[in-house]
Write a new protein. Sequence first.
Length: 228
Amino acid sequence: MNWLVDLKEFLFPRYCKVCRRRLVRCEQHLCISCLVDLPRTHYERNPNNLLMQHFIEWPEVERATAYFFYYKEGRYSSLIHHLKYHDHPEVGTYLGRIAATELKMSDFFNGVDLIVPVPLSKKRCRQRGYNQCDYIARGISEVIGVPMCSSCVERVVDTETQTHKGRIERWRNTEGIFQVKEAEILKGKHVLIVDDVSTTGATVHACISALLTVPGVRVSIFVLAKAV
């Protein structure tokens, strides 16, 4: 049936989300060249990396990493735009799988019991049609075999966009925006928080604050992209 696949590729060609080169059959969303050149952070190699430093005051936070660097005007910013604004949530699942496959070679996921994607507000989720963090978390879950729970934490405050806010404004904008819904599922668990993009860490900080109201919770953090 390879001829059917070839016909589909001819009639409905797929293009790299970064360089727009036509993809071949074995490629998904990114061509091999752009995947190789993805600006990886390799934060998993440094326990005291720049992302982890945002959460250093909490002994319950075990480790933190981001997969790649996000430059606002950089060529790879298109990945985030496709994921969040162009109705391509499958990009999140793909990148989650790729990142998890690479991180499995380290001990980053060791001991993780549950994956919790950072929730969107109900209003924002209706507007977008999905929560992009759910898809990233799903990709990670598929690779490491750890369940995800999208309903354990909910966003109770619909904050303004963080895009044009400074560091202090971002932190103030996220105070008290999350609450735990299913404490029994979380009790005593090592939770992996999954977010899409981190600039100051304010959103994840607020999510951790909610999770640590549950006895015995420990936290690790995976962010798809660290803004620089």
